[in-house]
Design a protein around this ligand. Structure first.
Ligand code: DQA
Length: 152
């Protein structure tokens, strides 16, 4: 089994993008830590970022047949807009945790709604990069249990 970490639009700019909101860590630093956590636990972690909704949907669809058993996803702005990415996650029926670096509930009202939270195993919001690490720790320890029967 491998674990897939997905990052949505503009997260490639972490480190320089609104550091007061999103922190100083770069995406490369976050991904390196997650891949090391996976390697230490004997579970491969694959990371993918895109600014394109369709590329993220394609990557979720590919996860159906590439051995992915769990997904950690920060859909970024697509959290609040993308029925398509939500439908892809529902279609592949791979359990996932939704992560947000910032506390979206302390921010603008349009960030308060997520198209993903009701499908997610859990949601981690506002803890910065720790959120990814906590989500991955859960996936490594409990991921198999979160996985329900896959639809035929
Ligand atoms: C975000 C919150 C979203 O509202 C925003 O569009 C992002 C990042 C977060 O990690 O805090 O791009 O998902």
């Amino acid at each position: 089994m491998q674990i897939l970490v997905l990052h949505g639009p503009n997260l490639n700019l972490l480190g320089s993008r609104e550091p007061a909101v999103y922190g100083a860590a770069t995406l490369a630093e976050i991904d390196a830590q997650l891949m090391k956590m996976g390697a230490d636990a004997g579970t491969p972690v694959a990371c993918f970022q895109s600014n394109h909704e369709g590329a993220l949907i394609d990557r979720v669809q590919a996860a159906r047949t590439d051995g992915t058993g769990f997904i950690v996803i920060n859909p970024a702005a697509l959290t609040h807009t993308s029925v398509g990415l939500r439908d892809a996650l529902a279609a592949v029926a791979i359990p996932f945790i939704e992560v947000h670096l910032s506390n979206v509930h302390r921010r603008e009202a349009f960030r308060h709604h997520s198209y993903f939270s009701d499908l997610a195993v859990g949601v981690i919001i506002g803890l910065g990069p720790d959120g990814y690490r906590l989500a991955l720790d859960h996936a490594l320890r409990h991921g198999a249990a979160d996985r329900g029967p896959r639809p035929a």
